[in-house]
Design a protein around this ligand. Structure first.
Ligand SMILES: Cc1cc2nc3c(=O)[nH]c(=O)nc-3n(C[C@H](O)[C@H](O)[C@H](O)COP(=O)(O)O)c2cc1C
Length: 434
C-alpha cells in the first residue's frame, strides 16, 4: 500500500535562537539583523518545505509573578521583532518557500492588515500566508490602550468580522482591473474597483483597498485555536489549521474528522482545509532519550511561558498537585481544559506542563532518524494527512535545524512521503498539489 504523502512546514519566531547553547550564538550572525533567518529559509527551501511560519505576540509579559523578570531573563516573549518586516527580507532571498506571518485580529485595523498582506503577497510572488490569531495576553491589550482582552468567544466574533471584511477588501479589485492602457489614458479601469461598504458590529470599512491585486488574490489563511468557537472560525475561513498532536492518533483523527465536518457545514470542500500537526521531533541516537529532564532555570522559563499563554499566573499553584479545577485561563482555553483532564487522571501540574512544553511523545518522535521517520509515516497513514509543522522546544537550535533539514527530511524523501520538488509557484498551489 502506498503511504500517505504529506506537506512540511517549519515553526519559528523572529526572536533569539537557543541562546543557552554556545554553538548557536554565531550561526548565521546575530538573529536581529534577519540574516540568521535568511540562512534558515534557504535551508528549508533546499529541502522543499512548503512554508516557514513565524509566530508572534505583542508584549513584554508580566503575568508570571506579576513581574517582567521571568520573561526578560529567559527571553521568552521578548525580545521579539515584527515578523511582517522580516518576511519581505526572506522573500527576496528565496523563490518558492511559503512565508507565513502571524498578525492579530484583536490589535490590527483590518484595512491595514489587508494592505500589508496584499503587499507581501506581491513582493513574494504569491507566497504569503497569514496566521490569524486573536491573541491571548492582557499585557498586549494594555499596550494598545485597551483595558484587557475581550472574552475568548467575543475575540472570535470580532475575528470573524475582521476576516470577512479583509476578504471583501482583497476582492475589491476585479481580476484585470489594472489595464495600463496608454491610448485610453487608463492605468486602472475604474469600473473594476468597488467600495465594500462593510458595516459590522465591531468593524467598518468603506474600501476599496488601494493595493494592486496580488498573485494569490489573498494570502493563505491559517489558524491554530482548538476550542469549539476557534474550530468554527477555522472551518469557515482557513486554508490551514495548525493543531497539536495531543494524546496521539485517535485524537488527531477525531480532530481532522471534526474539522472536515465543520468545513462541510460551512459549504466548503474539506479538502480545501489542510491540517498541519505541530510536531516536536527530537532526532537523537541516545538509547534512552533524556528529554524529560529540566534544570530549575529551564522549568522556571516554562512556568513563565505558560503563565503568559494562559494569561494566568501559575506561580500561585502547587506544582506537585493537579491543577485546581476552578483555575480559569483567559487564553488557550482548550489547553487548560486538557491540563485539568490530566489532573483528574492524577497528573500533577509539573508533569502536565512538561508534557505541554515538550509535546507528548505519543507518536514516537524521539529517537534515531529511521525510527522517527517510520513513526511519522505510520502516524500520517493512520490520520490521513495533511502536513507536519516541525518545531523544537528550543526554537532555532542549530542541532535541531540540521537534524531535520539534513537527516529527517532526506529520510522522508527517500520513503517517498514528502515532496522532492515544488509543484507550483505560489504557496496555495503548493498546498493543493503535493
Ligand atoms: C501551533 C500553534 C501556533 C500558535 N501561534 C500563535 C501565535 O503566533 N500567536 C498567538 O497569539 N497565538 C498563537 N497560538 C494560539 C492560538 O492562535 C489560539 O489563540 C490558542 O490556541 C487559543 O485558542 P483556543 O482557545 O480556541 O484553543 C498558536 C497555537 C498553536 C497550537
Amino acid at each position: 500500500m502506498a503511504h500517505t504523502r504529506f506537506h512540511l512546514g517549519y515553526f519559528t519566531k523572529f526572536g533569539p535562537p537557543a541562546w543557552r547553547a554556545d554553538s548557536d550564538r554565531t550561526f548565521g550572525g546575530d538573529w536581529w539583523d534577519g540574516r540568521y533567518f535568511v540562512d534558515l529559509a534557504k535551508r528549508l527551501e533546499s529541502r522543499y518545505f512548503d512554508f516557514l511560519f513565524l509566530e508572534d505576540s505583542l508584549n513584554v509579559s508580566r503575568t508570571y509573578k506579576n513581574s517582567m523578570d521571568g520573561d526578560l531573563r529567559h527571553a521568552i516573549y521578548s525580545p521579539k521583532h515584527d515578523p511582517l518586516q522580516l518576511l519581505p527580507f526572506l522573500a527576496a532571498s528565496t523563490e518558492r518557500l511559503g512565508l507565513i506571518g502571524t498578525a492579530s485580529t484583536t490589535f490590527y485595523p483590518p484595512y491595514l492588515l489587508a494592505r500589508l498582506f496584499s503587499t507581501l503577497d506581491s513582493l513574494s510572488g504569491g507566497r504569503a500566508g497569514w496566521n490569524m490569531v486573536t491573541s491571548s495576553e492582557t499585557d498586549a491589550a494594555l499596550n494598545f490602550g485597551m483595558e484587557g482582552m475581550p472574552p475568548p468567544v467575543e475575540r472570535y466574533d470580532r475575528a470573524d468580522e475582521f476576516v470577512e471584511l479583509a476578504k471583501a477588501l482583497w476582492g475589491s479589485w476585479e481580476a484585470g482591473a489594472v489595464v495600463r492602457d496608454e491610448a485610453a489614458s487608463m492605468y486602472t479601469d475604474p469600473s473594476k474597483v468597488k467600495p465594500i461598504n462593510y458595516v459590522g458590529k465591531y468593524h467598518r470599512s468603506r474600501g476599496p483597498l488601494n493595493t494592486a491585486p496580488s498573485p494569490q488574490g489573498y494570502p493563505v489563511l491559517g489558524q491554530a485555536g482548538a476550542s469549539d468557537r476557534g474550530r468554527d472560525f477555522a472551518a469557515k475561513h482557513a486554508d490551514l489549521v495548525f493543531a497539536l498532536t495531543g494524546n496521539g492518533i485517535e485524537e488527531m483523527k477525531a480532530l481532522r474528522e471534526d474539522m472536515h465536518a465543520r468545513a462541510r457545514r460551512f459549504g466548503r470542500d474539506p479538502r480545501e482545509l489542510k491540517i498541519f500537526w505541530a510536531a516536536f521531533v527530537n532526532i537523537t541516537d541516545e538509547p534512552a532519550p533524556t528529554k524529560r529532564g529540566f534544570t530549575d532555570a529551564q522549568f522556571e522559563a516554562i512556568l513563565a511561558w505558560w503563565s503568559t499563554f494562559f494569561d494566568l499566573d501559575l506561580s500561585k499553584f502547587d506544582l506537585d498537585q493537579p491543577v485546581p479545577d476552578d483555575a480559569s485561563a483567559l487564553g488557550h482555553t482548550s489547553m487548560m481544559t486538557q491540563l485539568k483532564q490530566w489532573g483528574r487522571d492524577g497528573m500533577t501540574l509539573r508533569e502536565g506542563l512538561t508534557v505541554l512544553a515538550l509535546g507528548s511523545d505519543e507518536l514516537g518522535l524521539v529517537g534515531n532518524v529511521k525510527q522517527v521517520a517510520s513513526n511519522i509515516v505510520a502516524a500520517m497513514d493512520e490520520v490521513g494527512g495533511d502536513g507536519l509543522m516541525l518545531l523544537s522546544n528550543d526554537v532555532g537550535n542549530e542541532q535541531f535545524i540540521s537534524s531535520v533539514v539534513d537527516q529527517l527530511v532526506p529520510e522522508l524523501q527517500e520513503l517517498g512521503v514528502v515532496r522532492t520538488s515544488y509543484s507550483g509557484t505560489t504557496l496555495r498551489e503548493n498546498l493543493r498539489n503535493l
